[in-house]
Structure formats: structure tokens, C-alpha cells
Design a protein. Structure first.
Length: 265
């Protein structure tokens, strides 16, 4: 290679390195500006800064993580507007981009938790549970994903049960707050839909309560899921389910009364 050709190539390489370095510096600057806006709850401004940081440096993990978190801050819990659903989907996509980078464990678990939560908010229970299961692969000693598996399964069972009871007009509780048993044909039909989900949910909640014995929320869902179990059981088994539900309700109330009790999952 002639000297002038080699010199030209070196000049191109140096220019590329300088350009790359400048882009990374600019990306860091946009990230810092975004963090400042985020801390002042200026989420839309923060989002624009984080987007620019990622455009300048697609390898900047913190920018992607902050972008996803800023999206999630704009989501309105329980809102079903098109805009709110769009934000939920943007949040899922942004956290998935974080996962695609094979991030450190903290970023991975944060992303999995947020994706699972957003799918739950969208009532896509299968996807929500899928991501809670992925969390368990990463952090098997964390009670929270077990708790969420129980909550998700209860949500599915409650919907199935409610639809059947509404059709049969059997949704008025007695003096104890218990719903009347379903007719046998309906009970069998419901058991086909709910039995495995109930068992899986109770198993997950039992694991969660073993890890966090003072969790008011977990106890509350154990009560609710035992009531779902009562609707797929009959006779003495149903009575035992209702007793277990009442016992968990009382335990939850006892925890709530204790100053040292925790109400988190």
C-alpha cells in the first residue's frame, strides 16, 4: 500500500474514532439531562432526552432502562383509553430492549417485573404469568413473583367463576359472606377450567407466605383463592376450603393490627 493511501486510511480511522467518542459524550450528556428531568417528574422531556441518548449510543444501557421507566411513570393504573394502552405497550417494548442487551441481574429483574406488571394491567394474564415465571428463574428466593402467580391465577379463576354465576344468578352471598354452591353440572364445568389454576395459585402463594410470613397481601389472596377452590369442590372439601379462607382472613387481620406487620407482598 502506498504511503498516501495508508495515511488516508489512518485519517479516516482517526476521524471515525473521534466521531464515535463525540457521540458517546453527547449521549452521556443527553442521559444526564434526562435524569434531571425525570427527577423533576418532567417525564415527557425526560423521554425525549433518553431517546436522543439511545440514538447517539445504542449501547447505553442506563438510557434504555430510564426510558422504559419513564414510560411506565406515564401509565395510569386501571385506565383503558387508547393512549394508556399505547403507553403500556411502549413500556413493555422498552423494557424488552433492556433484556435484549443481556443486562446485569438488577436490570434484568426490574425489566421482567415491569413487563409482567404491564401485561397484568392489560389483562393478558398468560403473558403476565410467563414473565413472573422468568423472574423465578433468575431469583427463586424472591416471594414477589410467587405472589403474582397466585394473583394472576385468582384473576383468571374469578372471571370464569363470575361469568358462570352471573348466568345462573347465583352471585348473592349469604350472611357469612359466602356464595352458595354451584349446581353440580356447573361445578364440574367450572372445575375443568379452574382446578389446575387454583392448585397452581395456592402452591405459589404458599411458597410466597413461607418466604414472607407477615405479608398481608399474600394472606388476603390465599383467602380469595381458597374461595375459588370452594367453588370447584363439594361437600366436606368445600367446607374445608371455606374454613381455610376464613382462617387466612383472620390471619391477615391479625397482621394488619400488629405494628411490626407488613402489608406488602
Amino acid at each position: 500500500m502506498k504511503r498516501y493511501q495508508l495515511a488516508a486510511l489512518c485519517a479516516v480511522m482517526v476521524a471515525a474514532l473521534i466521531s464515535s467518542g463525540c457521540s458517546k459524550l453527547k449521549a452521556r450528556d443527553q442521559l444526564n439531562k434526562g435524569v434531571g428531568a425525570y427527577r423533576n417528574a418532567q417525564f415527557q422531556a425526560a423521554i425525549e432526552h433518553f431517546r436522543q441518548a439511545i440514538a447517539l449510543d445504542p449501547t447505553l444501557l442506563n438510557a434504555k432502562l430510564y426510558l422504559a421507566t419513564a414510560y411506565s411513570q406515564q401509565y395510569v393504573q386501571g385506565g383503558q383509553s387508547d393512549e394508556n394502552i399505547k403507553i403500556a405497550k411502549q413500556t413493555i417494548s422498552a423494557f424488552q430492549e433492556v433484556l435484549d442487551m443481556n443486562p446485569p441481574r438488577d436490570a434484568e429483574t426490574t425489566s421482567l417485573a415491569n413487563i409482567g406488571q404491564m401485561y397484568y394491567n392489560l389483562q393478558d394474564f398468560d403473558k403476565a404469568k410467563e414473565y413472573q415465571r422468568k423472574r423465578l428463574e433468575v431469583e427463586p428466593n424472591n416471594p414477589e413473583p410467587y405472589y403474582w402467580v397466585g394473583v394472576i391465577n385468582w384473576g383468571i379463576c374469578y372471571k370464569n367463576d363470575g361469568e358462570m354465576r352471573n348466568d345462573l344468578k347465583l352471585n348473592i352471598p349469604n350472611a357469612n359472606g359466602d356464595l352458595p354452591p354451584l349446581p353440580e353440572k356447573a361445578r364440574v364445568q367450572l372445575a375443568e377450567k379452574n382446578s389446575k389454576l387454583v392448585d397452581e395459585g395456592l402452591d405459589a402463594l404458599q411458597k410466597a407466605i413461607q418466604m414472607n410470613p407477615n405479608s398481608f397481601d399474600t394472606m388476603s389472596y390465599l383467602n380469595l383463592l381458597y374461595r375459588q377452590k370452594a367453588d370447584v369442590d363439594k361437600g366436606e372439601e368445600r367446607d374445608a376450603d371455606l374454613k381455610a379462607a376464613a382462617d387466612w382472613t383472620q390471619k391477615a387481620l391479625n397482621v394488619r393490627k400488629q405494628p411490626t406487620g407488613t402489608a406488602g407482598s
